[in-house]
Design a protein around this ligand. Sequence first.
Ligand SMILES: Cc1cc2nc3c(=O)[nH]c(=O)nc-3n(C[C@H](O)[C@H](O)[C@H](O)COP(=O)(O)OP(=O)(O)OC[C@H]3O[C@@H](n4cnc5c(N)ncnc54)[C@H](O)[C@@H]3O)c2cc1C
Length: 405
Amino acid sequence: MSKSILVIGGGPAAVWAAIEAKKRDPSAEVALLTDESCEPYEKPPLSKAVLLGNANPDDALIAGKGGLAAHNVAVKFDTRCHAIDRAARQVVTAAGRLPYDALVIATGSLMRELPLLPPGTPRVHYLRTEAQARALKADLATSKQMVVIGAGLIGLEVAASAAELGIEVTVLEVAPRIMARACDDETGTLILAEHQHRGVDVELSTSVTQVTRQLDGHIALETGNGDLFIADLVVVGAGVIPDDALAKAAGLTVQDGIVVDEQCRTSDPNIFAAGDCTRFPGPDDMVRLENWRHAQDHGAVAGRNAAGASDAYRTVPSYWSEQYDLYIQGVGWPDPNAQRIRRPLPGKGALLLETRDGVLCYALGINAQRDLAAIRRLIERKIPVDPAALADPAQPFANMLKAKA
Ligand SMILES: Cc1cc2nc3c(=O)[nH]c(=O)nc-3n(C[C@H](O)[C@H](O)[C@H](O)COP(=O)(O)OP(=O)(O)OC[C@H]3O[C@@H](n4cnc5c(N)ncnc54)[C@H](O)[C@@H]3O)c2cc1C
């Protein structure tokens, strides 16, 4: 009898798990269960091209134009999984129970909600789904003054998109610098300068302590510093938390993310997990990542292993962000004890390189896509590098790939 593989989720980890499971075992019946109503779509354009009106969410389907059906994967839309009955090997949905031989959980992240600005409040937006992107885009069309809470990746991308649409934007950030988790101080300062140059007011080391709605519908936000900001639109980008509740309720090991081994296996050998919702073995410790490439690659490994493979997930992670004409990209594992080297780049470009034990471990660039593609290979292959050459713009990174590991 053919094996039944179920995948819970509708993001890149789930889609790639389903596609790779089917590829690895074509005789298996693979089904993806998503609580959304549409074919799974990419999230990165939602805060950029979609808000600017340059793309629609369904322009970028994760499984390609033909959707999951083109990969012989069945999809059940509007199907929320309420529980996993591990003893019976069944997933519980409102429509009934679905049996599995192997299960992949890829439930992603949930937005961190601010009690003062709960989702559902008129003209207050959170951004995770295509429906939320459409709603935000509609409100942007009538907005003049917007406040963004949080200067992380999503908050700053929304701020950049709104500023490009001619809206007056203020960003309120609790930390003393922007993109504190994704960037070093110096690179963050360059990005901050670009926002300020575009007219965005970025207020650091501040947080909202009171919210009131004015008679004309505007929202007044008071901060701990005693400042008052008036907005006709508020976007909350206060980070995300792993959506691990389903796994936890099923008794799987969860520690701020579903704990998996390097083969994406949870504490139940028949259940795998991948993407934003997991905590997995990093180079030094158990880690969580919240980015697109990790979700895709992790999902692919989980899917193959659910179908009988024993692949290990050993990644060189990467993320990117687009704000105005800045393409910000990080590759590798940052290390507080690494040696830091900067290479000057022309225009708005910047490049930070980190080495550990004579090899590159991390790089962060602005408008340095070509360099970062070569740097990624230097990191993956652990090729020894010369710090003086790394700092020298006349030394192409591609040439360094010729050295032996
Ligand atoms: C607006 C936005 C812009 C982004 N931009 C970038 C970027 O530029 N670069 C980058 O690297 N990353 C970016 N990211 C992050 C990246 O998109 C995520 O890391 C990635 O989507 C995580 O994939 P995932 O499959 O793990 O989870 P998700 O994409 O979160 O998917 C989880 C899915 O599971 C479904 N689900 C949850 N629970 C259940 C259940 N019980 N039953 C059924 N279905 C369920 C959810 O509805 C959702 O469809 C962005 C994210 C957002 C929101």
